[in-house]
Design a protein around this ligand. Structure first.
Ligand code: NAD
Length: 523
């Protein structure tokens, strides 16, 4: 087998047609080599996947480095395309739409079954790529890949889940039926924190419904989607059904403005979610824009102590806090504060920070130097505002290279402090005391973001009251990360979500179809 140094995949060194032809050979080679070997091609620029071909960005187009956050090693360059690339991808998707919508749903599902099989076969390799480009531990990466694959599984149910309904004789001799029809071209715009999973929340459902698609991954972590689209190409989707366009802000703006895109699925920070929601809606599109989070975890005095501490620490420090479901503020009710203070300090100190590929490591680096500096700045602001820094992750033993920060734990946090108000998106947990559940619910209700929230308790009535009243669209009892499975909807409320239909689950079939009502009389 040729070495990857001479047969790189997905990049400028290989003609597009060769990449397509390489198919299994290329993937087999990837499987044989460590992801760093595969991807460490400093001169290489990733390609877009448009109309079934791997297409180079325009000569002289701006690019951005992609680096392994654990080692700072250069993994490649991502092209920062814009209007031209989006126009080409949409043209390919638009051209593919009429034939694709006529493929019976049961046959469309068969493409997805083939895609799922390939994803299963390459799940470990995909997890390694996720870890290399994002930094999360391999165990976390594997979990996220599995969650992505589960979306493909649910989308395979399209023949049932896309069904409409009918009634004979809505008036004498007149029948009425409601059918779901695809709309055309959809697009998604993804964040950096789940490089493989988040686009899979969207495009399997969209194409299962008969639409065609343009996917824009985060420019910070573009490699996982390169591999996923290589697998999609192998699964045999007709040219133009699935397209991949790399880029940043200009690409997003082009997607929002393109007249042929019928709907946009966005996941990212709240300010950008709102921008995308407004811009895309102004251009007549459907939009679901999932934004940022500040997740509260309420602990009642009767909660199971060891299990609660473990769940809180996992929620706050898992994925280095780079999760929209990460627990950010613990509201300790009454007497729970003392044992939480001790337990969380011990749990934070027990976290093993390092390269996510090492088996004993339980927390990887932050995604970039800029993000590390941003999170460190929050720690400094917390200290300056008078919060008590019980565990200082800046002083932890950290690898010499890479963008690492140990877990940080603040106590005596008040509602006005910046660390209690803003999304930090790093391994920083705030602890605050509240007298009762009323006070906890009132604190949560005043926060403008409302993604997820949890309560830890042994009391059914406290749990019910929390579920009933808490202002977050994803809420959990005795679970630190309330992540809905792919057959349920995913998305927050208030400033954490712009739109009405959430990601995946049954709602995906509403978002990606028009419900047409047909009324007929035959005499
Ligand atoms: P981000 O908002 O910076 O970027 C998201 C996407 O928007 C990227 O593809 C990026 O290229 C693009 N983008 C960035 N700035 C833009 C601008 N000014 N104009 C147009 N497009 C722009 O988010 P991120 O840092 O990649 O991801 C982290 C954020 O995502 C966090 O706030 C996190 O809570 C959120 N997130 C939310 C969910 C959810 O389900 N609600 C899931 C994952 C992540």
């Amino acid at each position: 087998m040729a070495s990857l140094a001479s047969t790189p995949v997905w990049t400028d060194r290989v003609p597009a047609a060769a990449v397509i032809r390489l198919g299994r050979v290329a993937l087999a080679a990837v499987a044989t080599y460590a992801p760093d070997e595969v991807l460490s091609m400093p001169a290489d620029i990733l390609r877009n996947f448009i109309g079934g071909e791997w297409v180079a960005a325009a000569a002289g187009a701006a690019t951005r480095e992609v680096r392994n956050p654990a080692t700072e090693q250069l993994l490649g360059h991502v092209p920062l395309g814009g209007e031209r690339e989006v126009a080409a991808a949409v043209a390919a998707a638009r051209a593919a739409f009429p034939a694709w919508r006529q493929v019976p749903p049961v046959e469309r599902a068969r493409y997805l079954f083939a895609f799922k099989r390939l994803l299963d076969e390459h799940a470990e390799q995909l997890a390694e790529v996720v870890t290399r480009e994002h930094g999360k531990t391999l165990a976390e990466a594997r979990g996220s890949v599995q969650r992505g694959i589960e979306c493909v599984e649910v989308a395979c149910g399209a023949p049932s889940l896309m069904m409409g309904y009918a009634l004979e004789d809505v008036a004498r001799g007149i029948d009425c039926e409601a059918v779901r029809q695809p709309l055309g071209v959809f697009a998604c715009i993804a964040p950096f924190n789940f490089p493989a999973m988040v686009p899979l929340w969207f495009f399997p459902f969209a194409v299962a419904c008969g639409n065609t698609f343009v996917c824009k991954p985060s420019e910070q972590v573009p490699l996982s989607q390169q591999l996923i689209f290589e697998l999609a190409a192998q699964a045999g989707f007709p040219a133009g059904v699935l397209n991949l366009v790399h880029g940043g802000r200009e690409t997003v703006e082009a997607i929002c403005a393109h007249p042929e895109i019928r709907g946009v699925s966005f996941v990212g920070s709240s300010p950008v979610a709102e921008l995308v929601y407004r811009a895309a809606a102004m251009h007549g599109k459907r939009v679901q824009a999932l934004g940022g989070a500040k997740n509260f975890m309420v602990v009642m005095p009767d909660a199971d102590r060891p299990k609660t501490v473990a769940a809180l620490a996992g929620s706050a420090f898992g994925c280095a806090g780079e999760r929209c479901l990460a627990g950010s503020v613990v509201l300790a009710v009454g007497g729970s504060h003392e044992w939480l203070r001790t337990g969380l300090r011990e749990a934070a100190q027990a976290v093993v920070v390092g390269d996510g590929t090492a088996p004993d490591v339980t927390m990887g680096p932050l995604v970039s130097k800029a993000h590390l500096e941003r999170v460190r700045d929050y720690v400094e602001r917390g200290v300056a505002e008078g919060a008590e820094l019980l565990v200082d992750g800046r002083a932890a033993q950290l690898p010499a290279r890479g963008w690492f920060l140990g877990p940080c734990l603040f106590d005596r946090v008040t509602r006005e402090m910046v660390v209690a108000r803003e999304e930090i998106f790093g391994p920083v947990l705030c602890l605050a005391s509240v007298p009762d559940l009323d006070a906890a619910l009132a604190w949560i209700a005043t926060h403008p973001l409302a993604n997820a929230s949890s309560i830890f308790t042994d009391s059914g009535s406290a749990a019910r009251r929390f579920k009933y009243e808490v202002e977050a669209s994803m809420a959990a009892v005795n679970i630190g990360v309330p992540a809905p499975m792919s057959f349920f909807g995913f998305g927050g409320a208030k400033g954490s979500f712009f739109g009405d239909l959430k990601a995946h689950g049954r709602e995906a079939f509403d978002f990606y179809t028009d419900r047409k009502v047909l009324i007929s009389r035959w005499t």
